[in-house]
Design a protein around this ligand. Structure first.
Ligand code: SAM
Ligand code: SF4
Ligand code: FES
Length: 341
């Protein structure tokens, strides 16, 4: 193994060396295989299945890359009712899945109280709850944690401050960091992560992403390719490629060995075996889509998203079969992060 790759684990790599590794293809094979070794050693053979309910596609934000952005008039907006969300969560629990992920645009229609009641109801099904609903008030995060929310996913998207501020007209990277560190302080398991292939992002910016994830000690790390959406200002950009995205996932595993890392839907949307490859080179989580119809096809972050027209609950069996086909085991526990002692 190249000396420089060994240094990754010892935390003795300089920023420039990390960017050099990202840029240089000669390290690719070693990095991918090393990530698989580290995954096996630190998080084992289990793959955790977390079912996602995309309960609203209304969003007050205008992230330049995203199909749900407020200014996009070409999507049919929906909001699931509280009863619909609870019914879905119940069905997920009945199928033996131990985590329900509640995801939406930034939609304050679901107030602090409404979300609190929802969390309380869903907790009765003996599942862990992950929230992924964007930036909200700190007292809201606190209230939801107190009634039982376990985890919060909010990608940092890019750790390059200038790029972040360009992509998010009404937000700043400073502010995003503040939210992520606050969530940690409140006791959530926190998930950050980035897109790969954003315009203006190269090895230096990707190195910043990895350093940031380590600085936050991110409990979960969501990394996927940027996929240009024709209904957004970034429609003519190139987007991320499989090879670079896999390499960043692998590096995240090496640098933060005990994190839970999903094989993201965007990986599966970019390449037919994108999620399998992610699981092979560092990932240990998969998130089947359990958004009910007629809503599911309208949660269109980017084109060619997988699973939009599958039969209602078939993604559960599909992901379990995928795990087994890779000689891995379906995780039976809630799948909290286990930090190395
Ligand atoms: N609104 C919440 C938020 O922003 O954290 C949760 C939902 S948001 C749609 C979930 C993730 O989708 C974002 O963190 C972003 O990384 C990803 N996403 C949005 N548009 C995308 C695109 N065009 N390509 C790839 N991923 C995209
Ligand atoms: Fe809204 Fe999240 Fe999309 Fe940004 S990424 S526009 S906050 S749904
Ligand atoms: Fe949705 Fe395979 S995970 S069809």
């Amino acid at each position: 193994m190249h000396e420089i790759i060994k240094k990754l684990r010892k935390d003795s790599l300089t920023f420039e060396q990390l960017a050099h590794i990202i840029e240089n293809e000669k390290y690719d094979e070693e990095i991918l295989n090393y990530a698989n070794e580290i995954r096996e050693k630190y998080v084992g053979n289990e793959v955790y299945v977390r079912a996602i309910i995309e309960f609203s596609n209304y969003c007050r934000m205008d992230c330049l890359y995203c199909g749900l952005r407020a200014q996009n008039k070409n999507i049919k907006r929906y909001r699931m009712t509280i009863d619909e969300i609870i019914d879905r969560a119940k069905l997920i629990a009945e199928r033996g899945i131990k985590t329900v992920v509640l995801q939406s645009g930034e939609d304050t229609y679901y107030t602090k109280e409404v979300m609190s009641n929802l969390i309380k109801e869903i907790k009765k099904f003996d599942v862990a709850i992950t929230l992924s609903i964007g930036e909200r008030e700190f007292d809201e995060y606190k209230a939801w944690k107190e009634v039982g929310a376990d985890r919060y996913l909010m990608r940092h998207e890019t750790a390059d401050e200038v790029l972040y501020n360009k992509l998010h007209p009404s937000d700043t990277f400073e502010n995003r960091k503040r939210h992520l560190f606050k969530l940690k302080e409140l006791g959530y398991e926190v998930g950050a992560g980035c897109m790969v292939g954003l315009p203006g992002q190269g090895p230096i910016e990707l190195a910043k992403d990895l350093i940031f994830l380590r600085e936050l000690d991110s409990d979960m790390i969501g990394i996927g390719p940027f996929i240009p959406n024709p209904d957004t200002p970034l429609k003519d950009e190139k987007g991320g490629d499989l090879k670079t995205t896999l390499k960043i996932i692998a590096l995240a595993r090496i640098l933060i060995p005990t994190a839970n890392i999903p094989a993201t839907t965007a990986m599966g949307s970019l390449h037919p075996f994108g999620r399998q490859l992610a699981l092979k080179y560092g990932a240990n989580v998969i998130m089947p889509n359990l958004t009910p119809n007629p809503y599911r096809p309208n949660y269109t972050l980017y084109p060619n998203k997988i699973c939009l027209f599958e039969a209602d609950t078939s993604c559960i069996e599909c992901t379990k079969a995928m795990i087994k086909s890779l000689n891995r085991e379906v995780g039976k526990s809630y799948g909290f992060r286990v930090k190395a002692s």
